[in-house]
Design a protein around this ligand. Structure first.
Ligand code: AKB
Length: 314
């Protein structure tokens, strides 16, 4: 891994589901004095790190934060996810796209050297092959979030090709974590189910029992993020976003796995508007390019993820 210890790193959206855990890992790699946390909301959660209140849509404020802290790399995690963006489509588009432009422009202007921006399986759509979805395929997303991810991928590649911007990206599946809550996604049920199983031994799922989606345990997602950001630039042959795969399961299967630990756990199903979103996404992902180009490998399967989630949440 290519780690420059003196590089100063900024995480925008540090209070979110990914940010909280990524910060911990970056602290280990760079030292907490080199990692700056930023979020739109004031927070006392980052006692070991410098913290900035930052609206990524405010380009002047963003540049001030970058200059003040001598930032070299930005992880841009601030976004509206699939379910929330459907409720506020124009703001979802604005935040997801303009936030990306503001950061990419800083790299184009040589204020920073490297950018991480997450894409998602939401960039695929109903016309995409659902099984073992390849890296290169038909992509016609039907959600605002998905459209912003697909467009963002194209812009990342454009900034790389035209301006030499070192931007790297992953198409995250649904992410499952115990340290931080998900915020406004279609895959959030796969986190809520654990909390409810432990608290009430019952869960009403907003997706139907057979809705299979690609998912990943957060430690694997953080590992992939760190790995792609520290791979030699020549190994990053895709400057849109890489497919990465973890575990594929449906609500019935995760419930059965939880029942092995909590035998009287029960699940009921009441699909809502998120079902329609889930139905447009792939069920499993082929990530051969990530595995070949920068040696990505996931560790967790369904039983080990469920076991780890339950023991950590207890
Ligand atoms: C969502 O459900 O919106 C996200 C995602 C798959 O990108 N978790």
């Amino acid at each position: 891994m290519e780690i420059i210890k003196e590089d100063k790193v900024l995480i925008i959206g540090a209070g979110g589901q990914i940010g909280v855990e990524l910060l911990e890992e970056l602290n280990k790699l760079y030292g907490s004095s080199n990692v700056v946390a930023a979020d739109i909301k004031q927070s006392n959660a980052f006692s070991n790190n410098a913290f900035e209140v930052l609206d990524v849509l405010n380009k002047d404020q963003l540049l001030d934060v970058v200059k003040k802290n001598s930032i070299k790399q930005i992880y841009l995690l601030a976004a509206l996810l699939s379910a929330t963006a459907e409720k506020n489509p124009l703001y979802g588009w604005q935040l997801n796209m303009q936030g990306l432009f503001n950061v990419l422009d800083l790299a184009k202007e040589k204020q920073i050297e490297k950018v991480y921006w997450p894409s998602s399986i939401a960039a695929f759509g109903t016309t995409t092959p659902k099984q073992n979805t390849p890296q290169y395929t038909v992509m016609e997303p039907t959600t605002v979030y998905g459209i912003s991810k697909q467009a963002g991928e194209r812009w990342c590649e454009y900034y790389f090709l035209k301006y030499g911007v070192d931007v790297r990206s992953l198409r995250y599946p649904g992410l499952i974590s115990y340290k931080s809550a998900p915020g406004g996604g279609t895959t959030d049920y796969a986190v809520h189910i654990f909390h409810e199983a432990l608290k009430t031994k019952t869960y009403e799922c907003f997706l139907s029992e057979e809705t299979t989606l690609p998912m990943m345990y957060m430690p694997d997602a953080i590992q992939a993020t760190i790995q792609i950001m520290h791979a030699p630039a020549n190994d990053i042959k895709i400057r849109g976003a890489y497919n990465i795969a973890g575990i594929s399961f449906n609500p019935k299967q995760i419930a059965q796995e939880i029942k092995k630990h909590i035998p009287d756990f029960t699940i009921t199903y009441k699909p809502d508007f998120r079902q329609e979103i889930a139905d447009t996404w792939p069920q499993s992902i082929n990530d051969i390019e990530a595995r070949q180009h920068w040696k990505w490998n996931n560790k967790y399967d369904l039983p080990t993820m469920v076991n780890s989630m339950l023991s950590n949440l207890k």
